[in-house]
Design a protein around this ligand. Structure first.
Ligand SMILES: C[S@@+](CC[C@H](N)C(=O)[O-])C[C@H]1O[C@@H](n2cnc3c(N)ncnc32)[C@H](O)[C@@H]1O
Length: 269
């Protein structure tokens, strides 16, 4: 009897492996039932993105019942699954059909399909809907966007309680504090390593033509503030936890005017 059970489990694992192969290549290593993994030898090294989740998970409420979560660039759904397991109702968007196919399939394997709404949707398309989310999960996407501040401004306005933000960054943690104002002939401070900056990638970075911008640490924090967010924690390298800061948002009226005219233009296109 035991032998029959073991045989069935082996068959099931074989079938899962075949389907994983068919759906690949994968970017998220998912641990599927029966011990099958989607990409155990990840090029990033380690068990990705599980090791990142372990770095940040303590910053996320253990009970997300009643929370609406937006997972931007959900890929194969690793974070959506973890957040749904904590009770959240998740909207997971990605612009890539292949990854969404993986996420749909994996959601069924985990029995989480009823807690996660998977949408083929680009981040800018959120401009057309007034949806609000308690938690916006914005990890690993910012630097892939040609218009990253547009996305950040949009997402900040969709965030009710928390945003988990991650981006590729330039080396260095220094922050040049004196950024309030400088005369036009005094440009030297712009060259300070701690002045908020983003390196523009014209061609490729890490062999990837979808990498567009690499900010420094000071730049990330300045952009988050400027989008109306307050940093509440830095749970790991290149990761920031933020919440809406109404006092900053109120000062950014001129950004809102620009955003509205831009979104009007997008809506009409
Ligand atoms: C580096 S992966 C990060 C995946 C996941 N968020 C993580 O942190 O592991 C970038 C993901 O963002 C998606 N993506 C890129 N541009 C996007 C856009 N404009 N709108 C929505 N998703 C996008 C890609 O298809 C890919 O799944």
């Amino acid at each position: 009897m035991q032998a029959i059970e073991t045989g069935r489990e082996q068959q099931r694992a074989e079938e899962l492996r075949r389907q994983v192969e068919e759906l690949g290549p994968w970017f998220h290593n998912l641990h599927l039932p029966g011990g099958v993994q989607t990409v155990p030898d990840h090029f990033i090294g380690g068990d990705f993105p599980r090791f990142k989740w372990l770095e940040v998970q303590a910053c996320v409420p253990a009970d997300l019942a009643g929370w609406r979560v937006l997972d931007v660039g959900c890929n194969a759904g690793f974070y959506s699954f973890e957040l749904a397991r904590r009770g959240a109702s998740v909207v997971a968007i990605d612009s890539d059909q292949r990854y969404l196919r993986q996420a749909r399939w994996a959601a069924r394997q985990f029995g989480l399909q009823d807690r996660i709404e998977l949408r083929e949707q680009g981040v800018y398309e959120l401009a057309r809907s007034p949806e609000q989310f308690d938690l916006v999960w914005f990890m690993g996407v910012f630097y892939h966007l040609r218009y990253p501040l547009l996305a950040l401004d949009l997402l900040a306005r969709r965030t009710r309680r928390l945003m988990m933000f991650q981006t590729l960054t330039m080396p260095g943690d220094t922050v040049y504090e004196d950024t309030q104002d400088h005369p036009i002939e005094d440009r030297q401070p712009l060259l300070d390593p701690g002045w908020p900056k983003m390196a523009f990638i014209e061609h490729r970075f890490s062999h990837d033509p979808t990498n567009w911008w690499v900010p420094n640490h000071a730049g990330v924090e300045a952009m988050l503030r400027s989008a109306g967010l307050r940093v509440t924690a830095r749970p790991a390298d290149e990761i920031w936890l933020c919440e809406p800061d109404p006092t900053i948002a109120a000062e950014r009226w001129h950004t809102d005017a620009q955003l509205e005219s831009l979104l009007g233009a997008i809506g009409e296109a």
